[in-house]
Design a protein around this ligand. Sequence first.
Ligand code: SF4
Length: 377
Amino acid sequence: MRKTLGLYIHIPFCRSKCLYCDFCSFPRADGETVEAYAKALCRDLARRSAECDEYTVDTVYFGGGTPTLLPIGLLTKILDIVAGCYHLATDTEITAECNPATGGLEYFAEMRRSGFNRLSIGLQSTHAEELRALGHINSFADFEKTFSEARAAGFHNISADLMSGIPHQTAERYLASIDRLAALLPEHISAYGLTVEEGTPFGKMGDRLILPDEDTARQMYFEGIERLASHGYGQYEISNFARAGYESRHNLKYWNCDEYLGFGPAAYSDFGGDRFGNSRDLAAYIEGVSIECDRETPTRSQRMNEYVMLRMRLSEGVSAIEFQRRFGCSFDEVFGKRLEVYAKHGLAERSHSGWHFTKEGFYVSNAILSEILDFSE
Ligand code: SF4
């Protein structure tokens, strides 16, 4: 049987830079650079396809940045190269990230015709003052317009991102954002907490950045899960919620430790037993100079720990049978015993198939995982 593979294609351009953003994205790139970048991507995609002959690609994900800032001809050209050079499954999930006030009805219709079948729109909040606090240049009205244009163009699988922990945000306002977004009936909602990264404008503000306190953050997390459930969105990962059957197949590859190849600056890959990435050097990538960095072949022990770390992000947790199949040893003997301690406090649970965190456990999962995992090797 052919192995399956996900492709991640990075489009590192945005209209402006959000105040918390640590992604590899360049605001206000000129048309020449954008075109040269698309060419470089096509060259790279074609070159690497020779190594993928025995794989079926079943997910393709255009992330960013803002992929829908590319002229439509360039975006569909890149997808054409993928379709021409790789073995695509007939039901391949093909996603593009998008920001409000980009794309448009004709643009989305062309995307649908070329094969895109999923859109992930960055909303973050429905409140103008919260969007302003994040440095976003769009409004909720922009989001509603983009959402309805995508629907009209035939996108039946749309995800939207929400954020908690925004400066001055209250739990009531966060829950109101969930209600207003859910009223539009997207198939999938990602609900992330803000992380303040070093080097970003937020990171440089230090104590001047007023974030919701711990009690409010906790209230937003737990009441957010309940509110999403009341609208029909099941939690399948710490920060991801979907109507049944609309879980992100591409992102599940990361949490299941399946293989994927990343293209473009700052894109990472896990392929053929190796993990490797690209630096953020956009100019070198356009020139065709290799920007690969951090290549390593993880040991079995590193793979086991990584598998537990990622699978425990999922509501279904680790399957003991799958663990045995991958690593030839018992999950219970290595990790199960360590999880027993947390089960006593209601943070982890043994199921008929393995182990998973409870909702309380999810909330403190980083601390638990740092206790039970061993990356010292
Ligand atoms: S839209 Fe996304 S990628 Fe672009 S600057 Fe904002 S957070 Fe970063």
